[in-house]
Every structure is written in structure tokens, then in C-alpha cells.
Write a protein that binds this ligand. Sequence first.
Ligand code: BTN
Length: 246
Amino acid sequence: LGHNLKFHETLPSTQKEAHHLAEDGAADGTLVVADEQSTGRGRLGREWHSPMGTGIWMSLIIRPDIALHQTPQLTLLTSVAVVKAIHDITGVECGIKWPNDILYNGKKIVGILTELQAEASHVKAIIIGIGMNVNADAADFPDELKKRAASIKSLTGREHDRPAIIQAILKHFELLYNTYLEEGFEIIKLLWESYALSLGKEIYARTVKGDTIKGLAKGIDDEGVLLLETRDGTVHHIYSADIEII
Ligand code: BTN
């Protein structure tokens, strides 16, 4: 993975670039990295703040032979790889808020955006975008992000080596991905649960449709879908939502 590396000083979005490359047939494991993004994209159509030189802005193209409905599993797998990599290189132990926000003390350090290229029900490529706040100073965040986001430097008080973190992400991703392809999702699910911040807690889930459901986060199913139990005992299957831990 990552042997085919496309590095850019600046790009509108590594995610957009990776989509183009994948459509043009880029090999499995192609990695696009930029030092700055002018129009970084987040989940649910949001912007992603990606200033020059302080973060990791990258998108990985993979071409697994899996069914469409299995793709959320790879999102969860990626978040496990990223948490392990941060711990290896910086010593910081983050947790995961379903599906794949990586937090420390309630503040977001990393966001992951998984997107698909598919034909009928066959996956042609998965584009995994990772945005990590590494060396920004707390004061550099725009005001609206200060309460919700943090960088690793703001936690440890020192700068961290971005290429070393990228390498560690690729190493862990590759190990977990091979395990996944050979043995399935079971082990990945257990690992993900060991880092999960929301399980067993009362949460609000705001769905893409705009509904808010309050309930108990019971767990995830074998495909990575969140199981949310409301007071009347109904278990809702949440495929995509924003979670707030109450
Ligand atoms: C989220 O909303 O939490 C996901 C954020 C994903 C951001 C990354 S940065 C690299 C890649 N390129 C983009 O434009 N977005 C993703």
C-alpha cells in the first residue's frame, strides 16, 4: 500500500483527486497526499479545514473484492488503524466515536471519509480520506472549531513527524486489511469496540434525513451498523448519522 504515492503541495482536495485517479484505473493501494487543501471535504457535505503544512490530508484508493453492504466495515477498520498509528508515534490514546471520528477528551483529532465507486452491486474502488490535525497550534483553529477540534500538538506540546504517522497508518492498515480479507470482520469488530467511546452510553443520533433519535448505543452489527435502542425497546439500525454522547 502507498507504493504508488502522489504527493502535491496543494490540491483542492485529495479525495477529489483520488476519485479521478481511480476512475482512470489507478492501482490498488494508490495514495494521494497534500500539504494543503483549498476545498477539503468532510462527511455530510461539510467543509474540512486543511491549512498548509500542519496536518495529514490524504486519500487511499483500495480495490477489495467485497459487496457494497460491507463497505462500512472498512471505515471502521481504518479508524482502528489510525488510532493505533497515533498511539505508536505520539503516545496519545484516542477513542473512536461511531462511525469514525477520532477524539481525545471530546475533541476531534481525525475525520475519515469513505466513498465508493461502484457498478451495479460490485465495488470498483473505495476512496478512504483521512484528515488529521497534527501540528496546528490551538490558537490557529478558526473560532467555530476551537470547541470541537484539537491537534495532536495541542495535546502533547510538541511537533510530530507527519511522514512517520502516515507510514504507521499504512502499516497498521495493511495488517488489519490482510486480516480482514483472510478472516473477515470479526477481529476488526472486537478491536473497534475496544476503542469505542459511545457503546453502552445514552446518545443522540441525528440522521441524514434530519431526525434525531435518542437511545442507548447497544453495539454494532456484523456489518458495522450502529444498533440504537430507544426507551420503548425498539432497536434501530443506524447506517449514517452524527452521534452526540449525552
Ligand atoms: C469528516 O467529516 O469527519 C471527514 C473528514 C475527511 C477529511 C479528509 S482530508 C483528506 C481527504 N480529502 C478531503 O477533501 N477530505 C478528506
